[in-house]
Design a protein around this ligand. Structure first.
Ligand code: FO1
Length: 342
């Protein structure tokens, strides 16, 4: 069985550990978010790709959810002693080796997907990890604070500001000119099932969808596309997805995020873009991206599953969605595969 999953960072990586256990013989391809990527101290850092790689490769810090276990921050401390920041991005000594290898390879002319292949040759994550694009796409946030209206890198907004300053807009800088990395569109077209992991719908999944061609590939693939809500009972399970959703005018609910992704209209009508409005009895309503055949919500959001009109074109099912341990995560994956009918 060929499973293709879209994933961001910590939540997506944890979900993937369940996919690997639920279908150990499946060919699993992960399309990873690279919008979080940042260059610091001359090094190219890919937080979400590394989080997936370390989590599935057994090197992740379970306590932090990012970076390496048994980590030290000696170099980071030395940089601080020189007054060289930023102090808000924790760079571990072991993690630095990954960024050094990646930067060396990029400087030697390798594409990001080649770098990921090389790094995964060590970590053996048990999935094929693809960046969403080999082109540079970075998430920047427009804020307006005491320093005036300006754009900051997502990581600065996320880690230094803790998303406390409202985002006027969240931009995928470079996305319009980017193309999907080699293998990405094939992985969607040839899949037996596509899973949209419980990652941040804006800065992780939304960023992957901002690469031209990827959303369309999801709309036309013969594979069932099943999403897992990252929002339970009106709150993000982790991180600050609510701050991101507010920036794009989407409520922080499982219903709203599902409607934002949108149901697929297999009757030939598909939403061509999120701003496209469908009509139902004359009322204008958001058709969303037209991506989903199925949407998993948590049992506390069972009302969404009970409402046949919640996400037209998609079947909604309520199951426990808290990934409290590997067994719970595997059960979520099984529910998604059952909803896909695979
Ligand atoms: N997340 C944090 O909350 N604090 C950090 O200092 C931090 C550093 C960091 C370094 C490398 C890396 O791969 C990830 C890191 N993250 C950190 C997570 C990173 O900010 C992710 O992009 C977000 O958590 C969103 O997925």
């Amino acid at each position: 069985m060929r499973i293709t999953a879209l994933a961001g960072g910590i939540g997506g990586a944890r979900f993937l550990t369940g996919v690997r256990v639920a279908r150990p013989d499946a060919e699993i391809t992960v399309i990873g978010n690279t919008g979080d990527d940042i260059t610091l101290h001359g090094l190219r850092i890919c937080p979400d790709l590394d989080t997936v790689m370390y989590t599935l490769g057994g090197g992740i810090s379970e306590e932090r959810g990012w970076g390496r276990e048994d980590e030290s921050f000696v170099v980071s401390g030395e940089l601080a002693a020189y007054g060289v920041g930023p102090s808000w991005f924790g760079l571990g000594d072991r993690d630095l080796a990954t960024h050094l290898v990646r930067t060396q390879m990029i400087d030697a002319g390798y594409k990001l997907s080649d770098v990921v292949t090389a790094l995964c040759d060590r970590w053996r994550p048990g999935v094929r990890l693809l960046p969403m694009s080999d082109d540079r796409v970075e998430t920047h946030v427009i804020i307006n604070d005491d320093q005036g209206r300006r754009a900051v890198h997502f990581q600065e907004w996320w880690l230094k500001l803790r998303a406390s300053v409202p985002a006027e807009a969240i931009l995928s800088v470079g996305a319009a000119e980017s193309t999907p990395a080699p293998g990405v569109l094939d992985a969607i077209a040839a899949a037996d099932v596509v899973l949209i992991g419980p990652s941040n719908p804006v800065v992780s999944i939304g960023t992957i969808l901002s690469v031209p061609g990827i959303a369309d590939a999801l709309r036309v693939t013969l594979a069932p596309v099943i999403g897992i809500s990252p929002i339970i009972g009106g709150a993000a399970v982790r991180g600050m997805a609510d701050a991101c959703l507010k920036a794009i005018g989407v409520e922080t609910t499982a219903r709203a995020v599902g409607a934002h992704y949108g149901g697929r209209h297999r009757d030939g009508e598909t939403a061509s873009a999120p701003e496209r409005k469908g009509t139902s009895g004359g009322a204008e309503r958001e058709l969303g991206h037209g991506l989903l055949d199925g949407w998993l919500v948590d049992v506390v959001d069972a009302d969404v599953a009970a409402d046949p009109d919640a996400i037209p074109g998609a079947t909604v099912k309520a199951v426990p969605l808290l990934m409290t341990d590997l067994e719970a995560t595997v059960a979520i994956v099984e529910a998604a595969l059952e909803l896909a009918g695979v």
